[in-house]
Design a protein around this ligand. Structure first.
Ligand code: FAD
Length: 297
């Protein structure tokens, strides 16, 4: 059965966790509590997202530095091309490399409608950023992939070829946009294989705790929200406990099927929280590393 299979995959699963730079003191506290809670699960890496604008860029690096100082985990910095010249991107990349950040999640990014572009040239595509990074140093590079197709892509095939360009330029991992339709991920994985895309396709798992926020974001990113998902949260706006239990259960169902289908790496959009991600990882057999405490003589 699907549950029996959980015993077979124990010890064979890798996970990674995504965080975003906090912008209030309270969010900062939540972030560090979450890092502390999730770190013992020995993730392959922790990644930190990147916003447009110089101040939020510095915050990405600050969070990465602190994770490096406080844990032995490897870190990946997201980097986008929005409002940055090639020289800016080269300088940022060099700075990361010198500070020991050798894994970049290379993205084009999105222009913020509330923040007019300062540069009057269009941003680089992510495939161009991958080439640029590789010209600076031998970074490990992850890129974004879209099982349900990026909203601006001319076609599904054009989007797939774009992913292939990113991988051919040197990316070794494609982390997907979040999704709720497991079949759409599995079909996408097949299409990547058929297109000879030589990279690990890692599902991005978003444990849902707030269906309204997720639905809004899904609308902007061309992610379908199935009717059963919306329905399952109906009437629970004031019941965080039930929402968390449902969100965990839904994500657990997804990772069970995915792991049964041979997926061995999972990337979690933690939204800086640890509770659901921790429980889902536990189910997947990712448990705190046993430390054999030496007893006093
Ligand atoms: P690209 O791969 O460059 O693709 C962008 C679009 O252009 C696609 O539609 C593609 O098909 C098309 N395209 C590519 N090349 C060409 C070409 N030569 N001609 C015509 N069309 C082309 N955003 C942030 O701001 N900060 C983050 O930290 C961040 N992290 C993310 C992490 C993950 C795992 C994911 C999935 C997304 C993340 N995003 C982040 C969002 C991302 O920046 C947006 O989805 C953005 O719109 C596309 O970025 P990309 O790197 O996929 O772009």
């Amino acid at each position: 059965s699907i549950n029996r299979h959980l015993l077979d995959i124990k010890g064979k699963i890798d996970v990674s966790f995504e965080f975003f730079p906090p912008n209030t003191e309270q969010m900062e506290t939540t972030l560090w509590q979450s890092v502390e809670r999730l770190a013992p699960l020995d993730p392959k890496f922790i990644s930190v997202t990147y916003g447009a604008g110089a101040s939020t860029r510095d915050r990405t690096h600050d969070v990465i530095k602190k994770i490096q100082q406080q844990t032995s985990l490897s870190t990946a910095a997201h980097l986008t091309c929005i409002d940055a010249t090639e020289q800016d991107l080269i300088n940022i990349a060099k700075d990361y490399w010198e500070h020991g950040v050798k894994h970049i999640v290379a993205l084009r990014g999105d222009t913020d409608p509330n923040q007019p572009q300062q540069l009057n040239q269009p941003p680089l595509y992510a495939s161009e950023l991958v080439s640029l990074l590789k010209s600076v140093a031998d970074f490990e590079i992850s890129v974004a992939a879209y099982p349900e197709v990026h909203p601006e892509a001319r076609s599904a095939q054009a989007d797939l070829l774009n992913l292939k360009r990113k991988v051919d330029a040197g990316a070794t991992r494609a982390i997907t946009q979040f999704f709720f339709d497991v079949d759409s991920f599995l079909r996408f994985r097949d299409r990547c294989a058929a297109a000879n895309i030589d990279a690990e396709i890692v599902p991005g798992i978003l444990p849902v705790t707030n269906i309204n926020t997720v639905t809004r974001f899904a609308g902007l990113t061309n992610v379908s929200v199935p009717a059963w998902l919306t329905d399952s949260f109906e009437g629970l706006d004031n019941d965080a406990t039930s929402r968390n239990l449902l969100g965990a259960n839904i994500a657990m169902d997804m990772v069970k099927v995915l792991s049964k289908e041979g997926v061995s790496d999972f990337h979690f959009y933690t939204l800086n929280r640890s509770e659901l991600t921790y429980a889902i990882c536990h189910l997947l057999g990712k448990r705190p590393q046993q430390t054999t405490a030496s007893s006093p003589i």
